[in-house]
Design a protein around this ligand. Structure first.
Ligand SMILES: NC(=O)c1ccc[n+]([C@@H]2O[C@H](COP(=O)([O-])OP(=O)(O)OC[C@H]3O[C@@H](n4cnc5c(N)ncnc54)[C@H](OP(=O)(O)O)[C@@H]3O)[C@@H](O)[C@H]2O)c1
Length: 294
């Protein structure tokens, strides 16, 4: 199968390329220069050239705090870029797998979010992603919008890598303990996306629409940090002796974040038979890979 991946340099994009190639797919991953998703003509040209059978959109503006002062850029990439891809997929009659976020929710529900729950983002990043979803639904029936959360992995910038760096340099780390969600491993997410893409090839009866996929289990950033630092002790000289739980109020950021943004993944289990792994399992593999590879 021929797949075209946007955002090829990002943490998810890099996993998709590696795993797509291992699965024997024909993987096209144009650079941002060749296929800037804010540029409709570039997308048109790239699709005509590569003739993909499915497009996977892993490109995004992902800097949650910076988005507050760069709203135009966030909306250009996350909203207009998504609309552009959906329009070009519709023109070429091919499906689009698009990645979205738990940050489309306000976090006030207090329980895991279903795909059918109303969205109500609290920051610019979340709003730009929410509007991207709306654009995709309006331009293209044959889409899968996959919302995920707290993405980390061996590539790019993410919380797990930041904690590892702090653990090997700082005696004390302060981490927010009153925001809850589900860490999702980028390799697991890539595997899920490729299973769904593969299914599209052989099954004409795909149930298009929005799905949730995240690691199994709900924790705070503080719990996540504790586990990361604990695992790091197995492989590295950890300097951190104390992880201090703090509140969101103790750590003001430019963007507001949802307090509880866990995602209910039963729909993806029911329709695609995909069961998210417990977050601890994937974290153990990733930390080992990150510290043993150094
Ligand atoms: N990271 C998380 O915690 C998280 C949580 C939930 C959902 N998600 C979603 O998961 C998806 C993947 O996230 P990620 O963490 O892999 O993001 P990432 O590491 O920031 O990668 C995004 C990629 O998109 C590229 N990009 C930005 N603007 C572009 C444009 N106009 N045209 C083409 N490419 C462009 C970026 O290039 P540059 O680096 O050169 O800008 C980067 O390579 C995104 O849809 C994100 O919203 C992420």
């Amino acid at each position: 199968m021929k797949i075209l991946i946007t955002g090829a340099g990002g943490q998810l994009g890099r996993e998709l390329i590696n795993q797509g190639q291992l699965k024997g797919f024909s993987v096209q991953a144009p650079s941002e220069d060749d296929m800037d998703i804010t540029d409709l003509e570039k997308i048109d040209r790239c699709m005509a050239f590569h003739q993909p059978e499915v497009v996977i959109n892993a490109a995004a503006y992902t800097q949650v705090d910076k988005a507050e002062s760069e709203a135009a850029l966030a909306f250009a990439v996350n909203t207009t870029g998504s609309a552009n891809l959906a329009r070009m997929c519709a023109k070429n009659k091919i499906p689009l797998v698009h990645i979205s976020t738990d940050y489309v929710f306000d976090g006030q529900k207090g329980r895991s979010y279903l795909e059918t729950d109303a969205i109500s983002p609290v920051g610019v990043y979340g709003r730009s992603k929410a509007e991207g979803e709306i654009e995709i639904r309006s331009h293209l029936k044959e889409h899968i919008i996959l919302r995920t959360s707290w993405l980390y992995g061996i590539h790019g910038h993410n919380f797990a890598k930041t904690m590892l760096k702090l653990a090997t340099t700082k005696p004390k780390i302060r981490v927010v303990a009153d925001q809850y969600g589900s860490p999702t491993n980028a390799a697991d997410l890539a595997q899920t996306i490729l299973i769904i893409s593969d299914r599209m090839q052989f099954n004409n009866d795909v149930d298009w629409g929005t799905y949730h996929y995240c690691g199994q289990g709900v924790i705070s950033w503080y719990n996540f940090a504790e586990k990361i630092v604990g695992l790091a002790r197995l492989y590295a000289d950890v300097k951190t002796t104390r992880i201090e739980p703090i509140t969101t109020a103790d750590y003001p950021t430019r963007a507001l974040r949802p307090i509880y943004s866990a995602l209910d993944c039963s729909r993806i289990q029911k329709h695609f038979g995909i069961n998210p792994k417990p977050w601890q399992k994937s974290l153990e593999i990733t930390i080992k890979e990150l510290l043993v590879r150094r």
